[in-house]
Design a protein around this ligand. Structure first.
Ligand code: NAG
Ligand code: NAG
Ligand code: NAG
Ligand code: NAG
Ligand code: NAG
Ligand code: NAG
Length: 236
């Protein structure tokens, strides 16, 4: 009798991305941050003050808002206004999420001291901030990092058959859900004892159209990025 095992295939997608692909063998490592290098802020500057204020409030704000928050600090319309967004990936549990929310702000200002425009994806959460113009509501299609898993041998064609339909279906469901997240399973090779699991997620600042645009782009890359894997994730 076939044992019950779940094949894992994840496409976790946010609006936050950077141009380079970072491939990480171990899922728990953070993706390499993208730090702007021009026009850095200095200690004591108004931008730094606004940034500190925003970052200090993000973890608690996201914790009380379903693991997502986008907000701003500083006088609207000024060059020193800061826009920030933080989100936990839905494939991580609450403990991992809290740890990531708590550690990400300090981690990113250590990794990118002085940068005004920063994007960083960790295993459990993603954080971005920038000066005006606001990046809210526009999908960013570059992939930040990907995770691959090879637990046992699969037939690539049968695996593809399973996840292609699954992830296409999840794209529509995530985009139309208020939480912008959806997950489901489908049998591998018609075997109900072997389920392929899928999850798709966008940041909640994206409307359904932008979320769909982002997920279609990510799902379109799965075939190229994953061949023999039993599982994998793209986090952007
Ligand atoms: C978060 O982003 C949405 C979508 O762009 C925007 O309407 C909203 O004002 C933002 N929230 C804050 C607190 O800035
Ligand atoms: C969260 O996930 C981690 C890693 O898989 C695990 O060690 C931990 O027990 C989980 N915590 C809860 C509360 O499920
Ligand atoms: C700005 O800060 C980044 C680190 O956040 C650093 O790599 C870069 O060299 C700095 N740029 C200048 C011009 O000092
Ligand atoms: C969705 O968001 C995009 C980007 O902000 C915007 O151009 C578009 O008009 C929005 N679509 C709808 C239906 O609101
Ligand atoms: C998957 O979806 C179910 C509802 O369909 C939900 O209860 C569950 O929390 C979701 N799991 C993840 C990891 O998002
Ligand atoms: C996938 O696995 C098969 C069988 O083990 C192997 O022949 C093939 O080279 C692998 N393809 C890739 C892209 O790793």
């Amino acid at each position: 009798m076939a044992s019950r095992r779940a094949l894992v295939l994840l496409a976790v997608v946010a609006s936050l991305c950077r141009a380079a692909v970072g491939q990480r063998a171990k899922p728990l490592l953070p993706g390499g941050p993208s730090c702007s290098t021009a026009d850095n802020y200095t200690d004591g500057s108004p931008y730094k003050k606004n940034l500190d204020e925003l970052l200090a409030g993000l973890p608690a704000a996201a914790g009380g808002n379903g693991w997502f928050y986008n907000g701003t600090a500083g006088a609207p319309g000024t060059a020193d206004q800061v826009f920030g967004l933080i989100m936990c990936y839905a494939d991580r549990n609450a403990t991992q999420c809290r740890e990531c929310l708590a550690g990400a702000p300090a981690g990113i200002t250590t990794a990118c001291p002085g940068s005004r425009n920063v994007r960083a994806a960790y295993d459990a959460c993603v954080l971005r901030y920038s000066p005006p113009p606001s990046f809210f509501s526009t999908a960013d299609l570059a992939v930040n990092f990907q995770v691959r898993a090879i637990a046992f041998a699969v037939d690539p064609d049968k695996m593809l058959n399973a996840w292609l339909t699954l992830m296409t279906d999840l794209t529509g469901r995530a985009a139309s859900s208020p939480s912008r997240v959806a997950n489901a399973t489908t049998p591998y090779d018609g075997d109900p004892a072997m389920l392929v699991y899928g999850l798709a997620q966008c940041t909640r600042d994206l409307n359904a159209t932008e979320c769909t645009r982002c997920l279609v782009s990510m799902v379109g890359q799965l075939r190229r990025r994953f061949t023999n894997e039993t599982g994998g994730a793209i986090k952007a």
